[in-house]
Design a binder for this molecule. Structure first.
Ligand code: AMP
Length: 558
């Protein structure tokens, strides 16, 4: 993308066009006005599958807006949510941000102390909570001094008994008392709209505060043909949770496109997902690799297919080749690789299919599909060396990945963390992602590793991700994890942990024999440890720190 050198260039000659702000409320108004009968499906905690339209969603979001104002919520107030992907959570996205308050999505899988920390840090005044998450609040409620009330999102007849030292409301009862008429306020496009905390693999979670404009621009870019390619005929199912980076923007993108939206609730297992895919004829779904591996295992075990699905968007981790291949060969679906992070709203680079792929060998296509794709217009990426100089784009040379663009954060919420923002020699400020990456001559990005996870063996780097993906390709391997541990001669060497597929036997020797055909000899792990379960973060990523703490001296003490 051509850019000026300055971060915010001064205006010398203003254009003569309208400067209407880009607001989140415009998305739901557009969807209701022009795609009013389009469906939103939700799997509910009540047990059934709910279906209504954008017109209904707009009316109820406006009821919620009226209810919030009646509760005294002001512009800029933080309103927390602890909820699965469902229509009431969707209404929170629009009702809360629509009035100029901040929709703060909280990840219920975080540790109790982290949930407490986040609510206190954000100073949330109300919390909108799925009934199944009320129990997360009970032990910490006394510490949540900013919280005036909790709204439980379930039908009135299923309302549980709630014991909290603040006002408690039932969502349906609360909104039913208010009108469906509401005129959204005209806000500044820079006005804060949503707040999402990183999963905090190191230190406390950090808040990323999206604006109305950044959210709408992200949706514009993400729905285009070289990105997710979402139109009015699309049926989009975000399996990635709405509590994690706004389900990658899916609730906004779907409304902008007038696409059918399918919200899977807490049903992340193969059987639940397959039921919804068939019912709504889902054609594009978004999620992390582990969800798709489980879904494919389920489909295999029942000899089922999912013919409506054309695209499976995969992000949050590298796309394993085995998954690309299984989706292609068994399900005729395209694995669309995506890279992004909470700090980038999150979508930044994608590997959309191209016409040229029709003439490529499987190997060449799969190579592209196991990259992280190319930047969308608006996003700039660059890799830098230790001296802050750009690294050549040859697909081999590695550097620290930095990113900039209108939906990339400028600072963390109430926490400057200046070391994450680096100014280059041209005066441009970049966000330092903490990833190590290569970029090839055709602009395809590939994440080599998190800077803190790469294994530094005798001055050379071994990518823990590549080694994990190689191991993952073995049929007997359900999940693999590589960490660098202390080695007297080489400084660090890789240690491989494997969770076996249920009721499958495999030996270390067989895994070594397999890996020898996949990676360079010096990359082979110094030991392989079979383990029942691997530790994960609240967003499903491997929690390597825990293993590193326990096994760091494993080779030295052996
Ligand atoms: P989060 O902020 O929790 O979404 O995590 C973002 C991090 O996930 C990135 O910085 C990457 O390390 C990792 N990640 C996301 N997408 C990919 C990808 N396509 N390949 C490899 N790593 C990825």
């Amino acid at each position: 993308m051509p850019t000026s050198n300055a971060n915010s260039p001064a205006i010398t000659h203003a254009g003569n066009m309208m400067t209407q702000p880009l607001l989140i409320s415009d998305l739901i108004d557009y969807a209701a006005a022009h795609h009013g009968n389009q469906s939103i499906y939700s799997r509910r905690l009540e047990g059934d599958i709910h279906r209504y339209t954008y017109r209904d969603a707009q009316a109820r979001s406006k009821q919620l807006a009226n209810a919030l104002i009646a509760l005294g919520v002001q512009q800029g107030d933080r309103i927390g949510t602890l909820a699965w992907n469902g229509y009431r959570h969707f209404e929170c996205y629009y009702g809360i941000s629509g009035i100029g308050a901040i929709c703060h999505t909280i990840n219920p899988r975080l540790y109790q102390e982290q949930i407490q920390y986040i609510i206190q840090h954000a100073q949330d005044s109300y919390l909108f909570v799925d009934a199944c998450f009320v129990s997360l609040l009970e032990p910490i409620a006394q510490q949540l001094s900013s919280v005036k009330g909790v709204v439980v999102m379930i039908d009135a007849e299923h309302m549980p008994k709630v014991d909290l030292p603040c006002d408690v409301f039932n969502y349906e009862t609360l909104i039913s008392e208010h009108s469906t008429e509401f005129i959204w306020p005209s806000l500044s496009p820079d006005c804060a709209a949503c707040l999402c905390y990183t999963s905090g693999t190191t230190g406390n979670p950090k808040g990323v505060l999206y604006s109305h404009q950044s959210t709408v621009l992200h949706a514009y870019a993400s729905r285009n043909p070289d990105a997710l390619n979402i139109g009015r005929d699309s049926v989009l199912m975000p399996v990635v949770p709405m509590y994690h980076v706004c389900a990658w923007g899916a609730p906004y993108i779907a409304a902008m496109a007038g696409a059918k939206l399918v919200l899977p609730g807490s049903g992340m297992e193969g059987e639940d997902l397959h039921e919804l895919i068939e019912l709504a004829q889902v054609d594009i779904m978004l999620g992390v690799p582990t969800v798709w591996l489980r879904l494919l295992d389920y489909l295999d075990s029942k000899n089922l297919k999912m013919p409506s699905v054309k695209t499976v968007g995969v992000g949050g981790a590298a796309s394993p080749r085995a998954l690309v291949e299984a989706l292609d060969k068994k399900h005729n679906a395209y694995l669309l690789p995506i890279w992004g992070m909470t700090e980038t709203s999150p979508l930044a680079t994608l590997g959309a299919p191209t016409k040229a792929m029709a003439n490529m060998s499987d190997d060449e296509r799969y190579r592209i599909q196991t990259t992280a794709g190319k930047p969308m217009f608006g996003i700039e990426i660059e890799i830098f060396d230790d001296d802050n100089q750009p690294v050549i784009h040859d697909g081999e040379s590695r550097g620290f990945l930095r990113v900039r663009g209108p939906w990339v954060l400028q600072r963390y919420y109430l926490d400057d963390k200046p070391e994450s923002f680096i100014t280059d020699e041209q005066g441009r400020t970049w966000f330092d992602t903490g990833d190590i990456a290569v970029i090839d001559a055709d602009s395809y990005l590939k994440i080599v590793d998190r800077a803190k996870d790469v294994v530094k063996s005798g001055g050379e780097w071994i990518s823990s991700i590549d080694l994990e993906n190689a191991a993952q390709g073995h049929d007997a391997v359900a999940e693999a994890c590589v960490i660098g541990v202390k080695h007297e001669q080489w400084d660090e060497r890789p240690l491989l942990f494997i969770v076996k597929q249920p009721s499958v036997e495999v030996s270390k020797e067989e895994i070594y024999a397999y890996l020898t055909t996949k990676v360079a000899k010096w990359w082979l792990p110094d030991d392989i440890i079979f383990i029942k379960e691997l530790p994960h973060t609240a967003t499903g990523k491997l929690q390597k720190r825990t293993l590193r703490d326990e096994y760091f001296l494993y080779l030295v003490n052996r």
